[in-house]
Design a protein around this ligand. Sequence first.
Ligand code: HEC
Length: 248
Amino acid sequence: MAARISILGLCLGLLPASAGAEDRIVRLHAPPALTQTGLLSYILPRFSLKTQVRVEPVDDPAAADIVLGAEGRALFEGAGQVWHMSLAAPGDADAERLADWLTSDIGRRTVLGYAPEGAALFSPPAERAVAVAVVEMTGDAVLGHDVAREKCTRCHTVDDDSRMSGIGSTPSFAVLRSLADWEARFAAFYALKPHGAFMIVEGLDPLFPDDRPPPIAPVEVTLDEVAALVAYVAALPAADLGAPLVHQ
Ligand code: HEC
């Protein structure tokens, strides 16, 4: 397997220079405590093989698209700590691809399946209580989930059930949630691109001009629904820890 991967790497490296413009690469920083476990050498080739996106380790966190460490969204636990992911470059499709993969069922199973000596080194993070406690719940998270499923899944992956819907290039809610300023983004998403062109918030003037009707049927939300969406998104990491989402 290792030989196959390096041959593939060579072939990709030999592509003509014109392919350089669409070089698909993500810069990842992880501290030695994590790289020394061998986990990254185990999981990243699997990701690259599947997506044709190369992952380049970088020493300087400031130069990375994704940083694994103590900040951001909790991914897994092992080697003495809980490992979090933070995304330095939201909007970078390849970085988001890796972030999505790391938080997906497949990515998680790959991490948990790493057992160099026959015993798994990593487990799901056990942080639930902390993650829930810091969030102030103002809206109705259950309503928020319904609204998200009804009005956002056309473009976004919202939860595990909508993983197959959405548009690949649109950031998933899981990825957006891992951004430090996720709350500001969700509280005002209707005014942020591209939503202004097709969203109507009850009681507010539409952001699109009269002579520029939306290219798709407008999506309507109320301010209560916006608060509910924020509450739902706030609870996302808690729902995502440990076992995959269970609906009963
Ligand atoms: C017609 C497609 C579409 C629908 C429907 C849609 N979005 Fe988006 N959304 C996008 C795209 C595309 C982006 C990425 C924009 C970018 O990267 O600049 C985005 C980005 C976002 C962002 C990040 C914005 C930013 O600038 O950081 C948030 C938050 C968001 N959407 C929330 C929602 C919510 C909540 C809903 C449902 C009520 C929703 N979206 C419905 C297409 C859509």
